[in-house]
Ligand binder design. Structure first.
Ligand code: UDP
Length: 247
């Protein structure tokens, strides 16, 4: 087992459902899932404790259902079930890499996942198992970003790694505006005030109140999860309490 060069002992990785789609428009792209699992396995073998929260946007989003006339709470529960499908797919993929894993769900579904029990989750992590938190917070009107902040706090993770499709946070959309600049570090307050696209405001506020740093990075290139973990603040954009610095 190679030694971890990470400054962290325990991390929470937040993957959006869309991260599993690859180039597709819906659902799960198995080669993409395998690639992510390989990266997580490499990191886990260094001794880093890894918890994962996965979204469901590749399958169903509550807001989309509500726009089509569905009851928002019902649509959100469907969204939470979508995260369970993704969690099981990721679990399968991680286990193919030889990892020990557990899925803990915020909505009871005993035949397929453990219920979320904080102390038990921590115990799994201590034993080197990767823990996947499914069903978000278990409550409608929330997001899996908020679930990631909440669970990270509960398990005393030292950082949230927020995987996205861009290599950090920009002051404008870098795909549309060639003058867009990337931040190297950002304060929580700047994210909130400027409405920057990091995580929703509930998730950011929770991190701010508890001074939990967030590293926003691009999942697209192999090895980037490792780079984010070992980058010592030089990779992606770090959202924290310190001042804002441009890249
Ligand atoms: N959701 C919810 N409560 C939660 C987490 C998620 O109601 O605590 C629902 C919500 O409808 C959301 C969907 O699950 O749209 C999928 O989660 P999210 O949109 O956060 O997934 P991502 O964008 O990360 O793929």
């Amino acid at each position: 087992m190679s030694e971890s060069t990470s400054p962290y002992k325990r991390i929470l990785l937040k993957l959006s459902g869309e991260a599993l789609m690859g180039e597709g428009k819906y659902g799960i792209h198995p080669p993409t899932l395998t690639r992510i699992a390989e990266e997580v396995a490499e990191l886990s073998r260094t001794g880093l404790e890894i918890a994962i929260v996965i979204g469901g946007g590749n399958i169903f989003r509550g807001v989309a259902g509500a726009t089509e006339g569905m009851d928002r709470a019902s649509a959100d529960y469907m969204g939470m079930l979508a995260t369970c499908i993704n969690s099981m797919a990721l679990q399968d993929s991680l286990e193919k890499q030889g990892l020990k894993t557990r899925v803990q769900s915020a909505i009871k579904m005993e035949q397929i996942a453990e219920p979320y029990i904080r102390r038990r989750a921590v115990r799994h992590l201590e034993k080197g198992r990767v823990v996947i938190f499914a069903a978000g917070t278990g409550n409608p009107y929330f997001t899996t970003d908020t679930a990631a902040s909440l669970r990270a706090m509960e398990i005393n993770a030292q950082v949230i790694l927020k995987a996205t499709k861009v290599d950090g946070v920009y002051n404008a959309d870098p795909k549309k505006d060639p003058t867009a600049k990337r931040y190297r570090t950002l304060t929580y307050m700047d994210v909130l005030k400027q409405n920057l696209n990091v995580m929703d405001s509930t998730a950011i506020s929770l991190c701010m109140d508890n001074k939990l740093p967030i590293i926003v990075f691009d999942l697209g290139t192999r090895g980037n999860i490792q780079r984010a973990v070992t980058g010592h603040g030089e990779f992606g954009t770090v959202v924290g309490a310190a001042e804002t610095v441009w890249a």
